[in-house]
Design a protein around this ligand. Structure first.
Ligand SMILES: [Zn+2]
Ligand SMILES: [Zn+2]
Length: 422
């Protein structure tokens, strides 16, 4: 029979890689908590409407990339393609704006988009998300960007840079939309079919197009930054001032619009040269009207998402993480009585906090030692019936290949002293 394979673009994360994942996740938790964020977890499946309303009908995500299906009652459900809409939905649903003072959230978990899989980009992918509601001060925009950069720096990714832009407010966007549309319509015949649609529905999206002819046309297009209103401009200038105060280096990229409709004012991306064409590690921005659009209070919001798979790729490329010193103890048990006693001893050592494994099968000493070796065990405890009757065990230091006899009562302190010093 043919073995069953995983779904295309959805990958297993194997034990060899988990250390990197946990390192990044734990660092994120630690840093975000330092900045006053609380963790939130929302379901992977939501009503489709949440994303069509939240992300925007005329975006690539909603038009092409969502995993949408009907449940048995015919309701349309979608595997979440991003986290912001879900977190806002939860915030509104639990009336957190009245019932709690919590404004700052983070979420770590899988997202789903039906895209062509490529290196660092998958159909099930993982994100670290940060969202803040109810504050529209430029100071916060700067701090949120600082936080994203700080996290990447603290996990050891140094060669990343911050690109920022202002996308204006709905007011400045109306006039810019017409200016951009007019410009693009001059080149209508050269634009790709997608952009031909976008020109009418949502011309700003053309900046996201990867088709070379469109990129060329867009490279000379008017930029929203030159058309934003005074109040948006003041906000953007202040954001930059606060970034300078935080010593965050940045460049202004007027062509960066992000793939989502809901951004207003500040938008940003964190890019690296190491990932080739797919060079964004993450990004985010402000989305002041989104909570109201989703039926909640009219509170501003800002956030970012970082792509875990890309972070892991970069971590693998950059300085190797120091391997955790293996602290495992492997019990080699010889004979029926030793197996029964050793089994109990293993549980006792685990309850003392040691990492312990054993051979559950009755195998030769040689074969059990080979397993201990393969698993990279630091210590082996060898117990035979002879040892048991004398109340002792053999202790073997697998790194130093030395072996000695220890009384069972002395085992815990002995192991503790050896493992603590290594
Ligand atoms: Zn404006
Ligand atoms: Zn195009």
């Amino acid at each position: 029979m043919q073995p069953i394979q995983s779904v295309k673009g959805m990958n297993d994360i194997l034990p060899e890689e988990i250390a990197l994942w946990r390192f990044a996740e734990e660092k994120a938790r630690e840093i975000f908590q330092r900045f006053g964020y609380s963790e939130i977890r929302t379901p992977i499946v939501e009503k489709t409407e949440l994303f069509t309303r939240g992300i925007g009908e005329a975006t690539d995500i909603v038009e092409k990339e969502m995993y949408t299906f009907q449940d048995k009652k015919g309701r349309s459900l979608t595997l979440r393609p991003e986290a912001t809409a879900s977190i806002i939905r939860a915030y509104i649903q639990h009336q957190m704006h009245v019932k709690s003072h919590q404004k700052k959230f983070y979420l770590i978990g899988p997202m789903f988009r039906h895209e062509r899989p490529q290196k660092g980009r998958y159909r099930q992918f993982h994100q670290i998300n940060v969202e803040v509601f109810g504050i529209d001060e430029p100071m916060l925009d700067a701090e949120v960007m600082f936080l994203a950069c700080l996290f990447l720096r603290e996990i050891g990714l140094k060669e990343v840079s911050l690109e920022i832009n202002s996308l204006g407010c709905p007011n400045c966007r109306i006039s810019f939309r017409e200016i951009l549309q007019e410009y693009l319509l001059q080149y209508q015949e050269s634009l790709c079919p997608d952009c031909n649609r976008r020109v009418y529905k949502n011309p700003l999206r053309c900046f996201d197009c990867k088709a070379p002819q469109c990129k060329e046309i867009l490279s000379n297009a008017p930029l929203i930054l030159d058309f934003i209103c005074d109040s948006c401009n003041r906000h953007f200038q202040e954001v930059q001032n606060f970034l300078r105060e935080l010593n965050v280096e940045f460049i202004i990229n007027g062509r960066m619009v992000r793939g989502l409709d809901y951004y207003v004012k500040t938008a940003f991306e964190i890019v690296t040269e190491h990932l080739g064409a797919q060079n964004a590690v993450g990004g985010g921005g402000r989305y002041d009207g989104l909570m109201k659009d989703l039926g909640g209070p009219d509170l501003p919001g800002i956030g970012f998402a970082l792509g875990m798979e890309r972070i892991i790729l970069l971590l693998k490329d950059s300085a190797k993480l120091q391997q955790d010193n293996n602290q495992m103890i492997y019990c080699v048990l010889l004979g029926d009585r030793a197996r029964a006693e050793g089994f109990k001893l293993a549980q006792k050592l685990r309850s003392e906090g040691f990492i312990v494994d054993l051979s559950y099968e009755d195998r030769s000493a040689k074969s059990q030692m080979r397993t201990a070796n393969k698993m990279g065990a630091r210590m082996a405890i060898i117990i035979g019936d002879d040892e048991l009757s004398q109340g002792v065990v053999q202790l073997r230091d697998m790194h130093r290949s030395s072996q000695w006899v220890v009384e069972i009562e002395e085992l815990v302190p002995e192991l503790r002293s050896i493992l603590n010093e290594s």
